[in-house]
Each structure stands twice: as structure tokens, then as C-alpha cells.
Design a binder for this molecule. Sequence first.
Ligand SMILES: *[C@@H]1O[C@H](CO)[C@@H](O)[C@H](O)[C@H]1NC(C)=O
Ligand SMILES: *[C@@H]1O[C@H](CO)[C@@H](O)[C@H](O)[C@H]1NC(C)=O
Length: 252
Amino acid sequence: MEVPKSPSKYKRIAKHKWLIKFGLVILVMLLLFLGFYLESETGKLNASSYYTVVVDCGSTGTRVNVYEWMVGVKGAIKGNLPVLLHSYPDNTTKRSSLWKGSCQYHCMQTEPGLHNFINDSLGVRQALEPFIVWAEQVVPREMRGNTPAFVLATAGLRGLALEDADRVLGDIEAVVKGHSFMMSKSWIRVLSGKEEAYYGWVALNYRMGTFDENYPKSPTLGLVDIGGSSLQIVAEIDVAGDDVHVMKSRLG
Ligand SMILES: *[C@@H]1O[C@H](CO)[C@@H](O)[C@H](O)[C@H]1NC(C)=O
Ligand SMILES: *[C@@H]1O[C@H](CO)[C@@H](O)[C@H](O)[C@H]1NC(C)=O
């Protein structure tokens, strides 16, 4: 019996069509999964990047830095320290009226220091608010409510009578409260000389890469910090005694 050729040919094509369709469905599903996977991965990156705002109320002037951090990155003390992704102002920061001529350090500063504004809430506002407004432009809108603003004062305010320093801190608080960052009374304060020394030492060694995977086997750097109205000298020591100048710390 002779089998007609065309119907079987037709059947074969139909079979292939079905295969092609099936293949396309699989391909689309794979692409969708890939898309979801990539989105969740970048979502994770965004979730662990965060900002902090630090206003430095020094004896010669007031400055601000905004830091962008990420946690859980390998490298700094086995991933236990946050990694600094970026700090602002940087060399792309617009030269506003806050910017000081040719400078390498404290390029954005208002002068004089806030200890000159006891019972002068307008003076405090004028010295501080431009920085808070500037920081709000640096931090993405959706992150601002979760971004802590620290206002830390050093020797200028430390030299005031306690009540006067408290009045200035109260005026600072009123300014920060009017903006969109996360605020806490305990983040607006005068650092002790010891704290200032310790934070300086941590910052120095962090930025110089001393706290890498070789820490604590690798030596740390000592610090001589010559400020406008105070001097801090810090070094790591092997054996902690009971001396009042010794501070114990755990990093990471
Ligand atoms: C800005 O600084 C970065 C490093 O932080 C450097 O790579 C870049 O070349 C600098 N750009 C300018 C214009 O100086
Ligand atoms: C600030 O004001 C308070 C009360 O209004 C006053 O007791 C204090 O002496 C003032 N301090 C200065 C340095 O003006």
C-alpha cells in the first residue's frame, strides 16, 4: 500500500512546531528566573549599603561628613567591620559658599566653633543648618529616615561650663530635629578627650588598612592628633594595666 507523503510530512512539521513552542516556553521561564535572581541579588546589595552623617563641632569650626557603608564584605577583620564605600564631600562636591579656597582638609567649614554661640540659637542654626541641608542632598531620599545624624563636639564645647554646653547642645538638637535624618539625644553630645583620641585612632587605622585579615598580628599605627584646642596621643599597647589612660576595645 502506498502511503501518501504529504500528511506524514505535515505531521513531522507539526511535531517540530510543538517542540519549538515547548522550547520557547522553557527559554522564557529561564529568563524570568534569571531576572528574579538578579533583582534579588541587587536588592541584597542595596539593603546592606547604608549612610551615616557625622557633624564635627570642633573648636575652630563646624564640618560635616557623609559616609556610605556596607556590611558583610570580606576583608576588614574577617567581614565583621563595615566597609566604607564612599565618603563625602569628595572631589566631585559642588563648590558652594561653604567651601574654603584651596584646601586639603576640612574644606567645608563654618567658623567660628559652636562654643561661641551660647544662648544664641540663631548663631547655632546658621553654623549648622547648611551642612544638614547639604547632607540631605547627598543621602538618597528613601534612605534619610534610616540614616543617623551624629553631632559630636570636641574641645571647644568641652571647655564650656556644663550648663552652657547643654544649652548649645539643645540648640543643635532643635536644628537636627527639623530635618529628615534619624535623631537621638545620645548622638548629639560632647566627646571626652579619651573618646576623641580613641575614635581618631580607629579612623586612622581603618583608613590605612591596618584592620585587614592580618589583624591583630599586624601592628597598628599610633596617632598624634593636633587639634585646634586639644592634643591626643594614642598607641596600642600589649598589656593593659589599670592606668586611667588605658582603654580596652574590641573591634568588629
Ligand atoms: C577624584 O578622586 C578619585 C579617588 O577618590 C580619583 O580616582 C579621581 O581621579 C579624582 N577626580 C578628580 C577630578 O580629581
Ligand atoms: C544664658 O542664658 C541663661 C538663662 O537665660 C543664663 O542664666 C546664662 O547666664 C546665659 N549664659 C551666657 C553665657 O550668656
